[in-house]
Ligand binder design. Structure first.
Ligand code: SF4
Length: 367
């Protein structure tokens, strides 16, 4: 096995790795992991939902989509002070990264974006890595985030290009790739991964890893989520992902993207500590802390610290993988608003389970 980074993986290569006998797969993944990372260090990130619910998109897994009836409580954009207080709390409990998520289709220039830029400046000044996930961004918007001191931008591919059409009808895969390209034109690192357990095939999982691993450079961070099936969403009846599938997915991601930070993301509440320990052995080296992951449950931070103690793991310090970006104040910004009207696609094909969930939502009692 050649352990250098390669960018020409095929679906067949990746399916073959995924189906290796488990002990072989684990051995190989752990070997690659140790060549590029400290196996006893795991990054702890905190995910903050800075604007919750009311999203116009139709992602079949998401309780924040306005068109489905879920018990999510929506919130307007948080204040900078509130975000700062949460970031300080996260730092005190061992997080080195704050990821801020807003339920938007894409970033719109204006006062809300200016407020997010101020949040980025504020957290970067706390010496924490700042990540944002705000939907599609133009190159100009990515540059402004970079100037504010953004460390990473998250934009998940979610699944393979083929299966994407079964999950979302309000935007295309090429929009996702374009946003990643826009972020790549700046010094902001890329975080992009996906979700397993949405009814996709193993080939779709491999297809997603092909799409990620053939990017050059590969994303610095790849979250692997297990679907949390939320009542009211089109995927409410999907069966939970078996831990073995999660371990195989993490191990395969580690082998094809050796230097990437592989994140064990949503779905950890369903995993035993033994299962999570195997994921760390297979190459996962980041978790999200806090009792909520945007809107779905997550283990309590004290339970995670207890797990770290049991496993002899240490939280990763900030800026180990890339230097801390400089923060440029709004008044000194080189990049003003360009008044762009980007034409992100809207395929609009019908996805039966999404349509059914929308219909069910119309029948649901109004609060
Ligand atoms: S995943 Fe993001 S874009 Fe999709 S519905 Fe949820 S908040 Fe909106």
């Amino acid at each position: 096995m050649n352990y250098t980074i390669r960018h020409y993986w095929t679906k067949e290569d990746i399916v073959a790795i995924y189906y290796n006998p488990l002990m072989e797969l684990l051995y190989e993944a752990a070997t690659v992991h140790r060549m590029h990372h400290d196996p006893n260090t795991v990054q702890v990130s905190t995910l903050l939902s800075i604007k919750t619910g009311g999203c116009p998109e139709d992602c079949g897994y998401c309780p924040q989509a306005a068109r489905y009836h879920t018990d999510i409580e929506g919130n307007d954009l948080m204040s900078v002070q509130h975000v700062k207080a949460q970031a300080l709390r996260a730092k005190a409990s061992g997080s080195s990264r704050v990821c801020m998520g807003a339920a938007w289709r894409n970033v719109k220039d204006g006062p809300e974006f200016a407020q997010v830029l101020e949040m980025v400046r504020t957290i970067n000044k706390l010496d924490m890595e700042v990540c944002c996930t705000l939907g599609m961004v133009t190159e100009n918007q990515a540059q402004r985030l970079a100037e504010a001191g953004l460390y990473a931008y998250n934009h998940n591919l979610d699944t393979s290009e083929e299966y994407y059409k079964e999950v979302i009808s309000t935007r295309g895969y090429e929009d996702r790739l374009e946003t990643i390209e826009n972020v790549r034109k700046t010094n902001v690192t890329v975080c992009s991964g996906g979700i397993i357990g949405m009814g996709e095939s193993k080939e779709d999982r491999a297809g997603m890893l092909v799409a990620l691993s053939t990017l050059d450079p590969q994303p610095e961070s790849v979250p692997i989520n297990a679907l949390v099936a939320v009542e009211g969403t089109p995927m409410e009846d999907e069966k939970p992902v078996e831990i073995w599938e999660m371990i195989r997915m993490v191990a395969t991601a580690r082998i094809v993207m050796p230097k990437t930070q592989v994140r064990l993301s949503a779905g950890r509440t369903e995993m035993s500590r033994e299962g999570q320990a195997m994921c760390f052995f297979a190459g996962a080296n980041s978790i999200f802390a806090g009792d909520k992951l945007l809107t779905t449950p997550n283990p309590d931070v004290n339970q995670d610290m207890e797990m770290f103690r049991q496993l002899g793991l240490n939280p990763q310090k900030p800026f180990v993988k890339a230097p801390q970006p400089e923060t440029i104040e709004a008044l000194d910004s080189k990049y003003g608003t360009m008044g762009e009207k980007p034409r992100w696609s809207r395929p609009g094909h019908k996805i039966e389970r999404n349509e059914l969930a929308k219909e069910r939502s119309k029948l649901a009692p109004k609060e």
